[in-house]
Write a protein that binds this ligand. Structure first.
Ligand code: ZN
Length: 123
């Protein structure tokens, strides 16, 4: 049975359920498919990395700092993207952005803290 490879378009002989002329084309096809999914992931990764970059720049060497919300907004901080949520003992919600965390302190301000790096020493 004559078939057309869905990766390279070459005709080849094979079973009805075969879609590729070779294992090479099959691998390439699957690789590209994975990359396609990666693009969607990349967009959100970009927001998260940018968020971390903004916090890192604002914080400098500080461990704890209060910022006007507008400062973060102007830097294009995306409040809706974070890597996790943490509820502290006082019931305050912290939004984690990698090794930083921010908490809505008031309508106008956010508190940013740097997580201690003690857990990092193990790696
Ligand atoms: Zn092929």
């Amino acid at each position: 049975m004559k078939k057309t490879c869905i990766q390279c378009g070459l005709e080849f002989k094979g079973r009805a359920d075969k879609r590729f002329c070779s294992i090479l084309c099959k691998n390439q096809y699957n690789f590209q498919k994975r990359r396609g999914t990666k693009d969607e992931v990349k967009e959100i990764d970009g927001y998260l990395h940018r968020n971390r970059e903004i916090l890192s720049t604002l914080m400098g060497e500080s461990k704890k700092e209060m910022f006007e919300k507008i400062v973060l907004e102007r830097a294009k901080f995306r409040f809706e993207y974070h890597t996790g949520i943490y509820l502290n003992k006082e019931g305050k919600t912290y939004h984690l952005v990698y090794d930083f965390a921010w908490m809505e302190f008031s309508n106008q301000s956010v508190l940013v803290v740097r997580k201690s790096s003690s857990s990092k020493t193990r790696t």
